[in-house]
Design a protein around this ligand. Sequence first.
Ligand code: ADP
Length: 651
Amino acid sequence: MSNQTTYEFKTEAKQLLNLMINSVYSQKEIFLRELISNASDALDKLRFASLTDENLRKLTDDLYIRLTPDKENHTLTIYDNGIGMNHDDIINYIGTIAKSGTGEFAEMLKKANEAKEKAPELIGQFGVGFYSSYMVADKVELISRKAGEEQAWKWTSTGEGSYTLEEATRSTQGTSVILHLKETDKEDEEAQDFTEEWVLKSIVKKYSDFVAYPIKMQVSHTHIERDENGKPKEGAKEETVVEDETLNSMKAIWLRPEKEVKDEEYKDFYRHLSHDWNDPLKWISFKAEGVSSEFTSLIFIPSKPGFDLFMPDSKRGINLYVKRVFIMNDCEDLIPDYLRFVKGVVDSEDLSLNISREILQHDRQIQTIRKTVVKKTLDALKKLYKEDRDKYIEFWKQFGQVIKEGLFKEPENKDKIFDCCLFQSTISPTDYYSISEYIERMKPEQDAIYFLTGESREVLENSPHLEAFKEKGYEVLLLTDPVDEVWVQYCTEYKDKKLKSAANTSLELGSEEERKKTTETLKKKEEEWKSLLDLIQNKLDKYIKTVKLSSRMSTSAACLVCEQGQLTPHLEALLKASGKEVQATKRTLELNPTHPLMSKMFELFTTDKNSPKLADYAELLYAQALLAEGGQIPDPASFNKKVAELMVGAL
Ligand code: ADP
């Protein structure tokens, strides 16, 4: 055709197509689920658009998907009369992969393909959709007409670097995908024949039975006239009747009693919803009947995170239906951000069919539904930890960072979210524990939950801040995710227990009596050493807020501590790394009066309070405190020089 234009695929799309063409994935039949899913989404979109567009409403009377196998030409067509695409849509949606993370995904898939392993799992995490056609076809044509527009467009590609786009005609809105099935598969005995009626029927039953629109196909039945004994009548000829058959039951799986639905059906529905090919970790099916709202819901918790879990443009949300009528997918208002990995359906009995995305946010009923969905999800997570600890720990390692966002984003649910959180702590190098397990292990006189935040477990474990805790046998939670730095600023309590940083200024451990005694001893010592402490303060004034003696350490000489609410050095580093301007905060330098270094320093001070060595030692103490917490010293060259001088002096 004269007006045919050739376009190059974007690099990432090319990589992905190449991998699909050469895929070693054995379950090639899932291409059909992907295309039916796209068709069903397109029908959903048209229905949704018609709620607010009078002109589109007349197009929604008979929405369906049709499969047309053609044995002679060895093709399979997947037709829908949904929203359709225009010229630009095709370029944007089919010619490009707009999804974030495609590059990384293609790279991983390539490696897996080379090693001939685990590709399905990876494909599942990403959900390649339309491109999976190239597992079974060596040429794909797509003819589409956008609802409300006249011009149709035809897209053609063999998946090898480029595609063409030209004007076409089509009598209805919607899309047809025509797969030219691989000829090589004809000779392959193990390959399925996707022009075979029974093959298509069984794939649809297996993966797409619950699709809410009819999936039609012309099915041929042979028919012969029979006598009363069921034998063919004499002279009767076999006739072949071709009839339209709907291949799927279209039953809304969330409305069926749970015990009547097979696990496989739930899993397939999850894959349809989420485009994730892995099995879900858990699902919860429930009906909520309140005064103000009644709804049914089916919620899935995934077992593996998608590539986009931490990307701002990731798809999130739950599909919303009103009395079985699809309203919208990925409704973000039904689930908070910190549960963005949750997929599912909410089917409301009393929302208006005309509800729009704009008013959702402020709708009281939506708020009520969201609250229930959150509660059910958090309860399920807590229960899962009790029932299958190992499984939950695996889940936590992948999703924990996201869930912890809830601790500061949804303060009203803080304790409930805490109940789902797991933590590493000083009592085991690898294991994870819930907050209630920590509380059970607390010493009788211990009145707070202690934690320490930082860059890595290794740094934290060697931190001088932990010394007093080790001596007392107190467990400390070790928090190393960036998000930990944020929530600890907001959550200072769990139920009736205070949460305190082990690197905080106001730290006092032990029984009341012990504390009193320690305070007195320190006070006395501080009075005795006042002039020395003043000298140290003077020398380090630009770095520290104050200097004081403390009982926190047993083996180290010095450490730095924060005041409640002050930026920790780790948070400071994180903010800087994200491009934020932060003012360095001055912390308190705590010194260990029982350390020989301190008594020696005091000796020197008493004999010669003008010794230049004292100033050097002050700086070295500060540098030591920084290094112990994995920090950077302000002037490494000067530090090196001073250490070298000390060594020479000592030798
Ligand atoms: P996904 O469905 O995960 O977004 P696909 O690669 O399968 O990824 O499809 C990319 C996009 O192309 C879809 O998001 C949709 O906008 C569009 N698309 C695909 N198939 C159809 C169809 N049958 N009708 C309308 N749009 C479609």
